[in-house]
Design a protein around this ligand. Sequence first.
Ligand code: ADP
Ligand code: ZN
Length: 612
Amino acid sequence: MDSLVDAQTEPPLAVLRRVFGYDAFRGEQREIIEHVVAGGDALVLMPTGGGKSLCYQIPALVRPGVAVVVSPLIALMQDQVDALTAVGARAGFLNSTQDLTERRRVEAAFVAGELDLLYLAPEALGSRSTVNLLDRGTIGLFAIDEAHCVAQWGHDFRPDYLALSMLHERWPDVPRIALTATATTATAAEIATRLDLTAARHFVASFDRPNIQYRIVPKREPRKQLLDLLRTEHPGDAGIVYCLSRASVDKTAEFLVRNGITALPYHAGLDAATRAANQQRFLREDGLVMVATIAFGMGIDKPDVRFVAHLDLPKSVEGYYQETGRAGRDGLPSTAWLAYGLQDVVQQRKMIESSDGDLARRRVLAAHLDAMLALCETVDCRRVRLLRYFGQDGSPCGNCDTCLTPPESWDGTVPAQKLLSTVLRLQRERNQKFGAGQCIDILLGRHTDKVKQYDHDSLTVFGIGGELSESEWRGVVRQLLAQGLLAVEGDYGTLVLTPASAEVLSRSRTVSMRREPERPASSSRAAKARSAGTPAVELPAGAEPLFERLRAWRAATAKEQGVPAYVVFHDATLRQIAADPPATLAELSRVNGVGENKLAKYGEQILATLAE
Ligand code: ADP
Ligand code: ZN
C-alpha cells in the first residue's frame, strides 16, 4: 500500500479534510501540527476530547518515516489501529498479545517504511530487540501518549515511562510530542523535566469541558439514586459508574441488571479474559453501562459515553477530572455525577492513615483528598473550582449543580461547637472515643440501647442538638472532617479532635457550612443544549427513525468488521446525515467525519440506507 499523503504537496489542513473528513482544526491543533511537522518538540496539555490524536496522527502522515507512538494500553492498540485503517492510514502495533507471525509481519512493514504509525508499549522500549528493530527503520516522530504516567507523584505513575528519556539520547534528531489530558502546573513541570522536554514548545489548552455538566449530590441510597439518574436522564445511554471496591462494583452491576439496565462489571479481581470481553462489549455495543473500579478507563476513546457516575469519592481532583473527562468526548451534552457522604470521608481518611509509605507520601495523599473535599463542599461554581485547581481562570458556568441551584452557606459555628464538645467530653470525662452515629444520638437526646449502656444520657451535651435533623448532623460531621476541624481514627472510624478544633471550641474561629439545596439540580433544558466543538445537531421531528436506521446499519457493519461502532462513523456524523439527508456522494462527502476512504467504503451503503 502506498503512502496516503504526498508530503511535498499536501499541507496539514488538506490532510485533515481529505483523510479525516473534518472542516477545520480545533483550538491549537494547527499550531501544534505545524510545529511538529517542521521538526519541533512539543508538550501538549489538552483535555480529553480536545483532539490530541490528530496532533500526532497528521504529522505522522505528513512527515517522512514512521511515527512511533508510545501508549501504555495494549488492550486498546487494536482499536486505535482499526480507527486509523478505517481512514486509510497504514498503522500497526507490537505488543505481547500478538503471535510471532503477526509480529514479524509488522516488524517487516516497519523496516520497509510501509507504516505511517507504529504503536508500542513503554516497556517494549526497555528491550534490546525493540531498540535494534527501531534502528533498522526510519523514525519520523515519537509520540508519547498519556505522558503524565511519567510523573512520579501523579495518580497514574508507570515506572516504564521513566526510561523514555532515552529516546532523545538515542535518536536526537527525531522530534517528540508528548501529550496528556491531566496536568496541574506541578505535574506538567515534572513531565517536561523527566522527558527532557523543557526546551520543547508547550501548548496548554483550556481544561474546560463545557459540555460536561458537573453535579455532586449528598449520598443517601446511592444505588437507588443512580438508578433514578439513569432512568430519568440517561435511558439507553452508554456510561461508566465508578466504585471504590471490587465488591461494590459487583453488587452495583447486579443491581442495575436486576433493574433492567444492561450493565457489566470491570475490576482487577476478574480474570483477564472476562475483563477484555467486557471492555470489548462496552466499546462495541451501543448503550452499555460499565460498572468499574478506576482500573478501567484510561485510554478508552469511546466518543459517546453520555455519563460518568461516581458512587464513591475519588481520591484526588486529578483523578476526578480524568474519570469524569471520559464522558462526552464527542462534544455532546454529558453528565458527571458524584454521590458523596460522611462515610466517604471517614473511609478515605482511614485508608490514608493505614496506607504504607512514609509520612511525606501520606501528606501528599491527604493534600489530594483535601482538595477533592473542598470541591465537594464548595458553594461556588464547580467548574471554576476545577479550573482553578489546574491553574486556569473561569467564570460561573451555568452548567453545574451549584450554578443551577445555588446552595446557601450558613454559619455553623454553634453546631460545630456542640459536636466538638461532645467528642471532647467523651474523651475527657469518660476516656472514650465513638463514631459519628453515637455522637449524633447523644446530641439528639436519643435513649438508644447503646446510649443507656454507656450512660451517655447523663452527659451535659445530651439532647442539646435538637435544632438539626440526623442527616443535617451528618452533614456537620462531614464538613468538619472535610475542613480538618475533626479527624477519624482506627478501624471503627472514631472521631477525635485536631489542633484546629480548639480554635472553634474557644470561639476564636467561625465555621461556614454548606446547606444542601432542597431540590438537587438536574440537567435543565438550557443546560442540555450546551455542547463543545462540534455543535450538537438537533434531530428535527421525524428524523429519529432515520437516525435509528443508520445506527442499525452501523451496528451491523461494525459487527461484520469486528470494530467498534464509532470506528465506522460517530454519532455526530450520523445525526448530521439524518437531519439533512444527502442525495449524492458529493453531498455526503461534505458531512463532518466523512473522509475520502470512508466515502469510498460506505458511501453507497449510506445512500441505500437513506433510500430504503
Ligand atoms: P483526545 O485524545 O484529546 O481525548 P481525540 O483525539 O479522541 O481526543 O478527539 C476527540 C474527538 O474529536 C474525536 O471523536 C475526534 O475525531 C474529534 N475531533 C478531533 N479533532 C477534530 C476536528 N478538528 N474537527 C472535528 N472533530 C475533531
Ligand atoms: Zn458552574
